[in-house]
Design a protein around this ligand. Structure first.
Ligand SMILES: NC(=O)c1ccc[n+]([C@@H]2O[C@H](COP(=O)([O-])OP(=O)(O)OC[C@H]3O[C@@H](n4cnc5c(N)ncnc54)[C@H](OP(=O)(O)O)[C@@H]3O)[C@@H](O)[C@H]2O)c1
Length: 266
């Protein structure tokens, strides 16, 4: 019997590890075909997809350069040719420490490239594939950060890139309708990043209204919900245990660092 083309498929950028891997897994378990894009994370991306396939799910790891328009076009065309691509989760992101005083143009542009231009480009490429009346519910989900609703000046360029992407959720929803829905998901702190120690993360991950760590699977499930709910566009879900309602003068990692220095473990 000829293979039937799956109705739904999702491309997850930076899908090999951490949140991206949880998103790939959630979509696969919800019955979606998954393209797990990786750049450096070949081994974990391939292992994740092999494990999901062994369980009977449809997941494949794809190496691609999402930093160039040519790379993005090639990736969307290849996935579309395999069949079913209808959603892109823009998860890949660069997170580099800098400030409004010392940021370097090169690093700021690198972060804007992966955190802003790539998501906007992927959404547009998917919208362009729509043919009036084809009946396919297409969507792009931009992964943001609770920081955009709870400003502090640390990680300045990163924050600027996510702020622009947050505003682009509604702007792109308007620009790309009715071909494509555009939604956002804004997680709170999920994993240790950069120089953050485990002790710091243990405290920082509880600095939210619910005083407990955020389960990355909740963020992943929210992406599946946004992708599978055809009435949603131009909206963002905060999946952060209410972290965006706990204002801090600095990034939570630095606030906790100061607390740990003030009261070192006995
Ligand atoms: N971690 C958190 O606590 C947290 C909190 C709030 C929001 N978020 C958001 O949630 C998403 C996932 O966070 P995460 O911590 O899981 O992400 P991450 O580990 O920092 O990065 C995810 C992937 O992005 C890819 N990537 C990074 N720089 C790239 C570049 N210059 N070009 C192309 N790809 C690049 C990498 O893929 P390869 O490894 O394959 O190269 C990386 O594994 C991000 O959008 C982040 O902003 C995270």
């Amino acid at each position: 019997m000829a293979e039937t083309t799956p109705r739904r498929g999702v491309l997850v950028t930076g899908g090999g590890q951490r949140l991206g891997a949880a998103v790939c897994e959630a979509f696969a378990r919800a019955g979606w075909r998954v393209w797990c894009q990786y750049r450096a994370s070949r081994t974990p991306a391939q292992a994740l997809c092999a494990r999901l396939r062994e369980e009977g799910f449809d997941a494949r790891a794809v190496e691609a350069d999402i930093g160039s328009e040519a790379g993005r076009i090639a990736l969307v065309e290849a996935a579309s040719a395999e069949g079913g691509l209808s959603c892109i989760v823009n998860n890949a992101s660069a997170f580099e420490p800098d400030t409004g005083l010392d940021f370097e143009a090169e690093s700021a542009l690198r972060q804007l490239g992966v955190n802003l231009i790539a998501p906007l480009s992927f959404a547009r490429l998917l919208a362009r594939r729509a043919v009036p009346g084809d009946g396919i519910d297409r969507s792009a989900i931009h992964v943001l950060d609770q920081k955009v609703y709870n400003l502090n000046p640390d990680y300045f360029s990163y924050t600027v890139s996510k702020l622009a992407l947050e505003r682009a959720v509604s702007l792109q929803a308007q620009a790309l309708a009715p071909a494509l829905r555009v939604c956002g998901v804004a997680p709170g702190i999920l994993f240790p990043s950069g120089p953050q120690t485990e002790a710091n993360f243990a405290q920082a991950s509880r600095a939210n209204l619910l005083r407990r760590p955020i389960d990355p699977a909740d963020v992943a499930r929210s992406c599946v919900f946004l992708a599978a709910t055809p009435s949603l566009t131009g909206t963002t879900l905060c999946v952060d245990n209410g972290q965006h309602l706990v204002p801090l003068a600095r990034d939570v990692m630095f606030v906790v660092d100061d607390l740990l220095k003030a009261s070192p473990a006995p």
